[in-house]
Write a protein that binds this ligand. Structure first.
Ligand SMILES: [Zn+2]
Length: 435
């Protein structure tokens, strides 16, 4: 019996190592340890089965290993953008009503390159926080996970949970036009309706829940300074989501709506544009992340110069941009937890890293900006065991740049090497064809 058991064990061990396959070794000239905020030099990273096995100086490289030479590079964990909209089709600035000129399958197929350029820009993970056509993001995530298409690891929300006519609703059409089901999937107008939507989304396999606490900039008939969901509705969202092990992020511009969301227990506030001192103190006390997209104002203004932005959106936006950035500076100074989110889709896809330089310009150290997109982002997602730093047991999500990002963080706009789950997607600055 003992012999049978040990034979089975031996078979399991051999079977496993065979499944794990080829060991890859990376020689890293400099490596950013995002957990401790330090940089170490001359490290060897050993990777097997898509996971990091070990990291250290002078580690023995097993014979037959694939060796990747990044000895002249600075190596970092794959970046994480906590606020993207990859599944909304080709980037089209302006009126969201253009979404009605396309079928859902057209939109999702147009989204395929969005996923690819995001990964090639060094973002190996995204938290995708809402989509005009419900569940397109679930389809995109699953296609990436199956290996059908190339893209980052996606955590998706399935739809916006919003009041009727609110920040996450499709608006601007005549009242007698009947919207297709997927354009108003997440509309809810009481705590119980909010719970029903959370249940529906959880059943459809989402990874987190997005609620709209206040009005929005890029929605017709919406005022970013207005409160939309009540505290009761926000609490219902957080409580119901917790039954499914899901976290909630809240879109909020107005100060009161930001505080309502923090008090309700959301994991992060998106935008947090008009956060006041009380809101900053509350976020700090509750450990709530602020996910402030301070770069995309550049793209909104550029679209405006090109005449691509509806007038009412610009009206919303005009005074908010600079206040937003100053509030970012205040929140950083107060020591609030900050995550990296760009609202990708407002700017074109693949430009996510342009926000790093702005984060440094408005008060972060380069290391803080990098941590917001790695270790802090992983913590916000609840996946610090998988992503966010280069540590044994985590997914082999690794990028490299040719200069020191702690001296000039904008070098992250030129990522030279991208690996996700142990597979190389970009090398020497060029995309690698992946089977
Ligand atoms: Zn957004």
């Amino acid at each position: 019996m003992k012999k049978v058991v040990s034979t089975i064990l031996l078979f399991l061990v051999l079977g496993t190592s065979h499944a794990l396959g080829q060991v890859t070794a990376i020689n890293a000239g400099r490596l950013v340890d995002t957990d401790t905020g330090t940089v170490v030099s001359d490290q060897v990273i050993l990777i097997d089965g898509g996971k990091i096995q070990s990291v250290g100086k002078g580690l023995a490289i097993p014979p037959g290993a694939d060796v990747i030479d990044l000895s002249q590079m600075t190596v970092l964990p794959g970046l994480i953008d906590c606020h993207t909209h990859l599944a909304d089709g080709a980037h089209g600035a302006g009126d969201p009503i253009f979404q009605l000129q396309k079928s859902a399958s057209q939109v999702v197929l147009e989204s395929v390159p969005n996923a690819r350029v995001t990964l090639e820009a060094g973002f190996t993970t995204v938290r995708d926080v809402g989509v005009y056509r419900a569940l397109n993001d679930v389809a995109l995530r699953d296609a990436i996970n199956r290996g059908d298409i190339i893209g980052p690891r996606m955590y998706v929300s399935g739809a916006y949970i919003t009041i009727t006519g609110g920040a996450g609703a499709m608006t601007g059409f005549a009242p007698d036009v009947q919207m297709p089901w997927d354009f108003h999937y997440g509309e809810a107008n009481s705590p119980w309706e909010v719970r029903q939507k959370v249940r529906l989304l959880a059943h459809n396999g989402v990874d987190h829940i997005k609620v709209l606490s206040t009005g929005a900039v890029l929605t017709h008939g919406s005022n970013p300074k207005s409160v939309e969901f009540t505290p009761e509705e926000l609490q219902a969202a957080v409580d119901e989501a917790s039954h499914f092990g899901l976290r909630v992020e809240a879109h909020a511009h107005a100060a009161e709506g930001i505080k309502n969301a923090i008090r309700a227990g959301v994991a992060s506030v998106e935008h947090a544009t008009l956060i006041d001192d009380e809101g900053i103190a509350l976020a700090k006390q509750r450990g709530t992340y602020l996910d402030m997209d301070i770069y995309d104002e550049e793209c909104i203004q550029e679209d405006a110069r090109n005449g691509k932005m509806p007038k009412d959106f610009l009206e919303h936006d005009r005074e908010l941009g600079e206040i937003h950035r100053n509030n970012f500076r205040k929140a950083v100074k107060a020591g609030v937890k900050m995550s990296f989110g760009t609202d990708a889709g407002v700017c074109n896809y693949g430009l996510n890293a342009k926000q790093f330089a702005f984060m440094v310009k408005y008060g972060m150290t380069p290391m803080q900006a990098i941590q917001s997109a790695t270790s802090s982002a992983a913590d916000l997602l609840g996946h610090a065991d998988l992503v966010g730093s280069i540590k044994p047991g985590k997914s082999a999500d690794i990028i490299a740049v040719s200069a020191d990002p702690l001296k000039d963080v904008s070098i992250l706009e030129n990522v030279q090497f991208v690996m996700k789950s142990g597979k190389v997607y970009k090398q020497n600055g060029a995309a690698v064809l992946v089977r």
